[in-house]
Design a binder for this molecule. Structure first.
Ligand code: AGP
Length: 610
């Protein structure tokens, strides 16, 4: 979604901002803009890519050592140059950029229009700058005007403002949208996430909701909305700078697919102790007695993270023997869910900023549920709203199509299931040792699958022109099928559906003909015979079947058109392996169709609006 980058210091701001915005491109955007201040404010905007604006800015030799930039993902108003941020007030003395949605913008806009303010864009964001200007006309004080405007907003926002009236300061505020500050020497930064800041400084201040900040070249002052100064901790970011670079890969997605063995090792290291048959977490936030009191688990998430939750449901119920429900975060809060202090809500989110998941967490908190988040981004909003957090240690995930987040989320859920089962005395030390040993084998098995990528590419070459794909599986593999279909549709724009193979004959079978590739996750487990029958049903209707099968299953070759073998493993862990070929199949299909894998159209990496 929208990305913000701001700089105040003694270097040329436009260069810093363009480099910063390039690092935010992965979030998804359709237009961009930059404002700098050199005595006077100047704005440059464009529809399209950051590199297009870079050319425009270079040709104008844009000067100024203070500036703000924005990548916009359109919500209110089409992706046009006028709707792109920054937005000016009527005297062109104040500019703002905004990420989020102002829910009461219509009412504010109507009032401002009555007072003679003219709007040039269709955005909800433009009200902010006019509100600041309206207050400034009376108060002559930008700090007061900024906070006056912010307090009138309902909805979500991360806002950054600079003004000719107070050129030595930059103003920031946030509510439910991410915004952090990079503290440098003789210069300061702000951004929607840490990736564009890291090359300048590792000293980060996380702004909290209902706080505003004022940056100058050599100071950062944070206050709450009552105007009281808040002492903020400066956190040293430990993110490896290589994590935010593509390295030798063409796309982040491919890099991230290959990082999965390492990400899983990082997620289990220092938490799983095979010899002791034990799992330990640092920030679980809920003590064992409280956990023993839990009588129900609700997992809530969106997209890929939801699919990980659906996989986790199997082993939480099996190992820890606690009833589990998995619910779309966007639906959760609107159906008045029955939860209480004995409910554990597990919120899963790679970014920790997904608005729907955050809203579900807030709802669950109000109902007194205990909350653990499974999250990849330290310090993100969802982790701060939760009682405890299990960090997935996937490293920065930049590709919009989530890959290593999915496999590390499943890893975290698997570890948590064993942890819970152990404190409940449902499994003994030997059983836990066995389960953990199997988990430790997974990274090497993934490496073996990655070696098959040429074969997967050949399969992609056969099917990439098809308009539609069906993905089938049963049990855990049903949710892998859903995840495989999601990957295919989001990056290749091919229509794809993930179904329980058993459900196929209740509808989707009508779609099958010789043009329909059907990807079937058909592993050697207790559903194998049944899924083999489902494959026969597809073949009887001339469908083309690509099977993900267990190594050694020679029989399946006779039933299907193409096979990708994966190593045998525990059924509970099979999703981590079987999803790898599906990630690669989607990747190669998208490449063959000429799609930009890391920045698929209309999508955003972290969806910070509901
Ligand atoms: C996955 O490939 C997606 N792009 C998307 O479904 C994502 O998983 C979803 O938006 C949730 O994001 P989160 O994990 O950051 O909360």
């Amino acid at each position: 979604m929208c990305g913000i980058f701001g700089y105040i210091g003694d270097k040329e701001a436009s260069e810093k901002i363009i480099t910063g915005l390039k690092k935010l491109e992965y979030r998804g955007y359709d237009s961009i803009g930059v404002a700098t201040m050199n005595d006077k404010l100047a704005i440059f905007k464009n529809v399209g890519k950051v590199s297009d604006l870079e050319e425009k800015i270079c040709s104008k030799n844009l000067k100024g050592t203070t500036g703000i930039g924005h990548t916009r993902w359109a919500t209110h108003g089409a992706p046009t140059e006028i709707n792109a941020h920054p937005h000016y007030d009527k005297d062109q003395k104040i500019v703002i950029v905004h990420n989020g949605i102002i829910e009461n913008y219509q009412e504010l806009r109507d009032d401002l229009i009555k007072d003679g303010y003219k709007f040039v864009s269709q955005t909800d964001s433009e009200v902010i700058v006019h509100l600041i200007a309206a207050c400034y006309a009376k108060s002559n004080n930008i700090e007061e005007s900024f906070i006056y405007a912010v307090k009138r907003l309902q909805g979500t926002y991360a806002i950054c403002c600079i003004s000719e009236y107070d050129p030595s300061r930059m103003f920031l505020a946030k509510k439910s949208s991410p915004l952090l500050i990079g503290v440098g020497e003789g210069e300061n930064y702000c951004a929607s996430d840490v990736s564009p800041i890291l090359k300048h400084t590792r000293n980060i201040i996380y702004l909290d909701d209902n706080e505003y900040a004022m940056l100058s070249t050599d100071s950062v002052v944070v206050k709450n909305y009552k105007g009281v100064v808040v002492e903020k901790e400066i956190v040293k970011s430990t993110i490896n700078i290589d994590d935010v670079e593509k390295g030798t890969y063409d796309f982040y997605m491919m890099k991230e697919i290959h990082e999965q063995p390492e990400s899983i090792i990082n997620t289990i290291t220092n938490r799983c102790f095979i010899d002791e048959g034990k799992v330990n977490f640092d920030f679980i936030g809920i003590n064992n007695n409280e956990l023993l009191n839990i009588n129900r688990i609700v997992i809530t998430a969106c997209g890929t993270s939801l699919h990980a939750g659906l996989v986790g449901e199997f082993f939480l119920e099996k190992f820890a023997q606690v009833p589990v429900e998995v619910e779309y975060a966007a639906e959760f809060r609107y159906r008045n869910p029955i939860i209480d202090s004995k409910t554990l809500v597990i919120a899963i989110s790679q970014s920790g900023e997904t608005a729907d998941t955050l809203a579900a967490v807030v709802e669950a908190k109000q109902k007194k549920a205990r909350i653990i988040s499974i999250c990849n981004v330290p310090g993100s909003t969802i982790t701060r709203e939760s009682d405890g957090v299990i960090y997935t240690k996937a490293g920065v995930e930049i590709g919009v199509a989530s890959t290593k987040a999915f496999t590390t989320q499943i890893t975290a859920l698997y570890m948590f299931s064993i942890f819970l089962a152990r404190i409940k005395w449902i499994i003994n030390k030997e059983e836990a040792k066995n389960l953990l040993t199997k988990l430790y084998e997974i990274p090497e098995l993934i490496r073996r699958i990655l070696l098959k990528k040429d074969h997967i590419y050949t399969i992609a070459c056969k099917y990439y022109t098809k308009p539609s794909f069906l993905y089938l599986g049963r049990g855990i593999s049903f949710h892998v099928a859903q995840e495989g279909a999601l990957k295919m549709k989001e990056i290749s724009y091919i229509h794809a559906e993930g179904y329980s193979a058993a459900e196929m004959k209740h509808g989707p079978i009508a779609l099958i003909d010789e043009n329909m590739p059907v990807v079937v996750v058909a592993l050697k487990n207790r559903s194998y015979e049944k899924i083999a029958s489902n494959i026969s049903e597809v073949k009887a209707r001339q469908g083309k079947v690509i099977a993900i099968a267990t190594e050694g299953d020679t029989n399946i070759k006779n039933l299907v058109d193409d096979v990708i073998y994966i190593p045998d493993c525990e059924e509970e862990l099979s999703a981590i392996l079987s999803v790898i070929p599906l990630q690669l199949l989607a990747y190669y299909t998208a490449i063959l169709r000429g799609c930009h894998v890391d920045q698929p159209r209309n999508l955003a990496k972290s969806v910070t609006v509901e």
